[in-house]
Design a binder for this molecule. Structure first.
Ligand code: BJW
Ligand code: ZN
Length: 245
């Protein structure tokens, strides 16, 4: 079946769908100018996520980790959602109008889905615009962090950290429960722009398939979960996603 026929079939499924769940990864923000993590261009200022996105890196050198996040914030701040983010926000609106469910699960911490107008967002790996106290765990929105002196909690004075999930850290239980529930209850699941190597996010598409959802992958290349999908559309998310509207 050609890509055009597959897209037409997916459009028909979207018209009838009662529960739609989406999982996005760094690839959906690539066309907005956000670097991805892996692959040839997947470098953040010469560091790999595996080197700095860890609790050990923060314990060893919090200033370096904060500098990295501050640099990423400055890079992301001026960026705008692209047609893939916009298409998902539109899809959510049209499903809501019909009284159907739409859940957007994202591994991204860049906030671009919210900027595009998406509402029911499940942020698996946190949000770069929030900070969390390493002691009292209070989470606050904070777009300006004084990294020269290291940011401190206004409540208890302890060191603040980015409100993100690092390697080896557990995802928040209620967030993960929501993501699994949406994946298991949906009739249509899209997995967009993720290399599907980081767990537990990578298992969501498989859960959806096991629960009989129709699973569509959109990526520039095949991934370890491609064999579990019904359709794999190879190409840019910003070019493919608007075709479903
Ligand atoms: C396009 C495109 C375009 C490009 N259009 N497509 C062995 C050692 C150590 C750990 C483990 C291990 N085995 C398993 C683990 C666990 C580990 C893990 O999965 N590691 C694997 C790497 C092996 N997972 C964890 O540690 C997780 N926690 C956990 O398991 O806890 C267990 C526990 C339980 C109870 C108590 C305690 C612990 C946590 C994972 C957290 C991941 N965090 C990061 C950083 C977040 C903050 C930050 O950004 O700084 O999340 S790492 C990084 O990877 C980030 C991303 O969300 C995540 C996924 O990356 P993503 O989105 O898939 O991006 P890429 O770059 O990989 O892929 C981009 C894709 O887009 C590519 O496929 C392109 O082709 C495509 N693309 N342009 C469409 N225009
Ligand atoms: Zn505190």
């Amino acid at each position: 079946m050609s890509n055009v026929e597959q897209i037409e079939e997916i459009r028909e499924k979207l018209k009838k769908a009662k529960n739609v769940a989406i999982l996005t990864g760094a690839g959906i923000s690539q066309e907005s100018g956000v670097p991805t993590f892996r692959g040839e261009e997947g470098l953040w200022k010469n560091y790999r996520a595996e080197e700095l996105a860890t609790p050990e890196a923060f314990e060893t050198d919090p200033a370096l980790v904060w500098q990295w996040y501050d640099w990423r914030r400055s890079l992301i701040k001026p960026l705008l959602p692209n047609p893939a983010h916009d298409a998902l926000a539109e899809l959510e609106k049209s499903l809501h109008k019909r009284g159907e469910n739409f859940t957007l699960i994202t591994q991204n911490i860049d906030g671009l889905h919210e900027k595009a107008g998406s509402k029911n967002i499940v942020e698996l790996h946190g949000n770069i615009w929030k900070v969390r106290c390493t002691k009292c765990q209070q989470v606050t929105e904070n777009s300006q962090v004084p990294i020269e002196i290291l940011p401190k909690c206004t409540k208890c004075g302890a060191l603040l950290r980015p409100h993100v999930v690092w390697f080896g850290e557990a995802l928040e239980t209620d967030i993960l429960t929501k993501a699994f529930k949406a994946s298991e209850e949906c009739d249509l699941f899209f997995v967009i722009g993720t290399s599907s190597v980081v767990q537990p996010a990578a298992s969501l598409a498989i859960r959806a398939k096991e629960a009989n959802a129709f699973v569509v992958e959109i990526n520039m290349e095949e991934t370890p979960i491609t064999e579990y999908t019904d359709y794999s559309l190879i190409g840019k998310a910003g070019e493919i996603m608007p075709k479903f509207l």
